[in-house]
Design a protein around this ligand. Structure first.
Ligand code: UT7
Length: 429
């Protein structure tokens, strides 16, 4: 029996605060005319200090689950595509899973730059098609305002915050995610990078002073790369999905730059009415841009039952990816009744209380364990008596010449030559 991954729910969230190009022109040397003519962006949404990638992702995921009419307890897997996680550890997906009360779900993050959502969707659909999961929540979420350099006019005008999510469910009817194409060219990794904060350049006062924890981008190189890969990836995915280019009903590209979208549409010979664009309102929200665009396209009545949608992304890595989705749900979507929404809101409150109780129990448990588990008393074992057996000829180990660093060259410190520790750093002194 073949299984297909169908999109059965969708949701998005954009923070309330809107920053226009003119607002930016008051703090950096730029203009509305420059930003609009080079990118098409007019404004973007920026998270407030209480918001983070987890809160944005959770809002979008809740909306998607509501639309899908699926209980959080029925979710098997939560995948979050992001490169602006709340923490390096734990994953954003685990925190979202907890907020949703999706207590039977596994969770992990995907980082493929702005292509993250396509990668996550590809993994989710593969899990469903292989029968390993029945319901998967896929989220693209970013708080890019926390990693853009607000002194760098070449990048800070481009990005915005937001989240979009879909719920995938296994079904036996052909349709849903028909094909995916993924690609990467790490040779171009330095064209779009946050140099500091990883194992290569851990955070120090110097990396902070040098602004190494912000996005650095070679805009023209990324631009050229994007115009090269977008159309080709879409074409490949269409061929793989056994769909003809003329059968594409809506092309939903990564929302980075109107000029890049135009060039991809030209390559695919698509009419402008088959191309969706909303970057003027959100800027580039990276992993969130495609699911946000999908949600808005649905809300505007641009997606109908049986439509062939082509989603295409590109971004840091450098990476690219495309997917063909056969839409299988009647839209417009019927709003849920007030009592259902009230019940759902109670469920999420309850999930929060359960999570708090779980946390408290773990604290208690670890305190009790601390008291109960005293260190074991150690009694040295008696030396075994030497047997009276005849002496056996033993082979002496070969002599190992000491290495240049004063250690035996087999890696073990030789007698009387204690392993040398590195000099303490200033902080340790
Ligand atoms: O998700 C993937 C993320 N990245 C992208 O999608 C970015 C792809 N690249 C692009 O979209 C474009 O390269 C940009 C929009 C970033 C830049 O457009 P461009 O036409 O490639 O401009 P440029 O970088 O070649 O800069 C042209 C000029 C420069 O001045 P000079 O050297 O000609 O005097 C820049 O200093 O524009 C200047 N400039 C600005 N001027 C006003 C750069 N940023 C700004 C700005 N306002 N914000």
């Amino acid at each position: 029996m073949d299984l297909y991954a169908h999109i059965v729910g969708w949701g998005m969230y954009a923070p309330e605060t809107v920053v226009t190009n003119n607002d930016l022109a008051k703090i950096i040397n730029t203009s509305d005319a420059w930003i609009r003519s080079r990118t098409g962006i007019r404004e973007r949404h920026i998270a407030n200090e209480k918001e983070s990638t987890v809160t944005l992702a959770t809002r979008a995921a809740k909306e998607a689950l509501d639309r899908a009419r699926i209980r959080p307890a029925a979710v098997d897997l939560v995948i979050v595509a992001t490169f602006t996680p709340d923490y390096v550890l734990p994953s954003t997906a685990s925190l979202v899973q907890n907020e949703l009360g999706a207590r039977h779900a596994g969770a992990f993050d995907v980082n493929a730059g702005c292509t993250g959502f396509i990668y996550a969707l590809s993994m989710a659909s593969a899990m469903i098609e292989a029968g390993h999961a029945e319901v998967v929540v896929v989220v693209g979420a970013e708080t890019l305002s926390r990693v853009v350099d607000w002194q760098d006019r070449a990048t800070c005008v481009l990005f915005g915050d937001g989240a979009g999510a879909v719920v995938l469910q296994a079904g036996e009817d052909p349709g849903g995610v028909l094909s995916t194409v993924l690609g990467s060219d790490g040779a171009g990794g330095n064209h779009l990078i946050i140099p500091g904060g990883g194992s290569r350049l851990p955070a120090t006062p110097q990396t902070v002073a040098d602004r190494q924890h912000f996005i650095k981008m070679n805009g023209p190189e990324v631009f050229k790369f994007a115009t090269r890969v977008m159309g080709r990836a879409a074409k490949e995915a269409v061929e793989k999905g056994n769909v003809r280019l003329e059968d594409i009903d809506l092309f939903i590209p990564h929302q980075a730059n109107a000029r890049i979208i135009k060039s991809a549409a030209k390559y695919l010979k698509l009419n402008p009415d088959k191309v969706y664009q909303n970057l003027q309102k959100y800027g580039n929200t990276s992993s969130a841009s495609i699911p946000i665009a999908l949600c808005e396209a649905i809300a505007e009545g641009r997606v109908k039952d049986n439509d062939n949608l082509v989603l295409v992304g590109f971004g840091a890595g450098l990476t690219w990816g495309a997917t063909v989705v056969k839409w299988g749900l009647p839209v417009p979507y019927q709003q849920r009744q007030w009592w259902y929404r009230a019940l759902r809101s109670m469920h999420y409150r309850w999930a929060k209380i359960v999570a708090k109780i779980g946390w408290l129990l773990r604290v208690l448990e670890s305190r009790m364990a601390h008291r109960l588990l005293r260190p074991l008393e150690y009694e040295p074992e008696p030396e075994p008596e030497a047997p009276d057996a005849p002496a056996v000829e033993t082979i002496a180990p070969p002599e190992v010449p000491p290495g240049a660093n004063g250690r035996a060259s087999n890696g073990h410190a030789s007698n009387g030559d204690a392993a040398k520790l590195p000099e303490p750093t200033i902080e340790q002194k």
